[in-house]
Design a binder for this molecule. Structure first.
Ligand code: ZN
Length: 525
């Protein structure tokens, strides 16, 4: 049943295990190349493909995806994997770690029957348009039947994958390997009181004026400034490029060819600029995998949480910091002559860090962002466990919005219909946004201790020491370790919300609370 691979029986007996391993790697490398080719089609689809090309493109991508999947679950993969496992590799060696990674991927892939994969693809392909229309009309009832069918498929998927405490564990594991629902709940339990405390301070403070960010900014100038900034941060344009897309994303076609995208709004400066920094954070991770791992199962991102930790670190901890704007603000003023001449860096820094409970997650500030994710996480778990009926989602959503953020959506389009994830069958995905955010602060906290010159470097606009640290600690290990193991290896501690809470309080108390008393809490203040 092999797809064009030599029969391993022809190998010399003494080389048998070595051959199995090489055969496995060759096979997986081919599959990786197929998936990369498919990613080029996906990137083109979102950036340049004419609208009418959609059906042909979907067919092309489906064929490539199916061929890659069939090659992976083929008996030849299992034979090579079992043969290689039989060689008694040291489990801590790169070979041992490779086999552990492949075994995990393989077991996960073969547990889902083909008919379920196809049913999910069919249902979610249809669901996308149903969701788009339901959102346009703010008609949740029109989406509910589709949503129910997707949920049934997700429950089946969870059962196929296997779970102990809650079916949500099985789905979460697809995006954040090894992470359990109970751990996510504990991270949120730690986070929530600190966020609510900060929000109370913000509510009592005078309203923040962010109107300077809403002036007209020339679009070409926004692109040029954003690219100048991320080039300085370390995004490599020799091995990457930026294009425009309606829904910005980053896709690593290969370590040596990373595509980021951005969306420009003339009257909202942060849209393109902070979006570019965010996607470049993802992009620098993709560019930073170890060249020695090219084409092997160890190359790549270990989890969505780790991926998001990189984007959030560069976007927020760096890109919304005082030291960052002290350095870049004069250049921003020069980029848009006459637009920001009456604004000083202090006012700009405050504007770009304005905290305000809002309806839309993707537009949320650093303080309220995780409450949006918490709300979805809770609703997803209850839906999957059957404790919440599909029909009752809008009510549950609005009640939590009121409890957590103090506002209620005027309609479901700006409430429970706002995100694309559910129509795409992505359950267990949302928590990775918060895991990444929490992790970004935990990593930065560690980098501050590991790199004595870090603050001086950042104040001078030198980002090489931070990027170098991230390369060594986060990017190069690739997929060697489970996310929980990698956090322990880097930080010497388990995932924790504490550094993030500390970061938020240090920063936003200074901005909102102690403004008149001007209390410098950090070296960059
Ligand atoms: Zn992201």
């Amino acid at each position: 049943m092999g797809v064009g691979y030599a029969d391993e029986g022809a190998m010399a007996p003494g080389n048998r295990s070595m051959s199995h391993y090489d055969d496995l790697l060759r096979r997986l490398s081919d599959i990786q190349r197929l998936n990369q080719a498919n990613a080029v089609l996906g990137w083109d689809q979102q950036c340049y493909m004419p609208h009418g090309g959609g059906a042909a493109r979907a067919a092309q991508m489906a064929v490539l995806g199916r061929v890659a999947h069939e090659m992976f679950v083929d008996d030849a993969t299992r034979t090579a994997l079992e043969g290689a496992e039989g060689a008694g590799e040291d489990p801590t060696s790169d070979r041992g770690l490779t086999l552990r990674r492949v075994r995990r991927d393989y077991d996960q892939a073969v547990k889902i029957p083909t008919d379920l994969v196809e049913a999910m693809l069919r249902e979610t392909a249809l669901a996308h348009d149903v969701w788009v229309e339901a959102r346009a009309k703010s008609d949740y009832a029109a989406f509910a039947p589709t949503f129910s069918r997707i949920l049934d498929l997700l429950r089946r998927q969870a059962d196929c994958l296997g779970w102990k405490d809650t079916p949500y564990d099985a789905l979460l594991d697809l995006y954040e390997p090894g992470m359990r629902t109970a751990q996510v709940r504990a991270l949120f339990d730690d986070l929530k009181p600190g966020i609510l405390e900060l929000l109370a301070i913000v509510r009592d403070a005078p309203a923040m004026d962010d109107s300077p960010l809403r002036r007209g900014f020339d679009e070409a100038g926004q692109i040029a400034f954003g690219e100048m900034v991320v080039r300085k941060l370390g995004f490599d344009f020799q091995h990457g490029r930026q294009d425009r897309a309606v829904h910005p994303f980053c896709t690593g076609l290969d370590r040596t060819d990373v595509r980021i995208t951005t969306r420009v709004e003339r009257e909202w400066l942060p849209c393109a600029l902070m979006g570019t920094i965010h996607e470049a954070g993802h992009g620098m991770y993709e560019q930073g995998f170890d060249p020695a791992d090219d084409g092997t199962p160890l190359s790549g991102s270990i989890s969505l949480g780790f991926h998001e930790s990189q984007s959030r670190l560069w976007e927020n901890i760096i890109g919304r910091s005082r030291f960052f704007w002290n350095h870049f603000f004069p250049g921003l003023q020069r980029q848009f002559p006459g637009v920001l001449d009456d604004i000083d860096v202090h006012r700009f820094y405050r504007a770009i860090n304005k905290v305000e409970p809002s309806l839309i997650r993707v537009e949320a500030d650093e303080v309220t962002y995780n409450l949006h994710v918490l709300l979805r996480f809770e609703i997803e778990v209850e839906l999957l466990e059957g404790r919440l009926a599909v029909a009752d989602v809008p009510e549950a959503w609005n009640a939590r919005m009121r409890d957590y953020l103090g506002i209620v959506p005027p309609d479901d389009a700006r409430g429970c219909l706002q995100d694309v994830h559910w129509s795409a069958g992505l359950f267990g995905y949302f928590p990775t946004y918060s895991i990444g955010t929490i992790l970004s602060a935990q990593l930065f906290d560690r980098a501050e201790r590991d790199v004595p010159t870090l603050h001086e470097d950042l104040v001078r606009g030198e980002y090489g020491s931070l990027l170098g640290w991230l390369r060594t600690k986060v990017h190069r290990p690739g997929r060697r370790y489970e996310p929980t193991e990698l956090v322990e290896r880097i930080c010497g501690a388990a995932f924790s919300s504490k550094p993030y809470i500390r970061y938020l309080h240090d920063k936003y108390r200074e901005i909102y609370f102690a403004e008149r008393r001007s209390v410098p809490r950090r070296a960059d203040a």
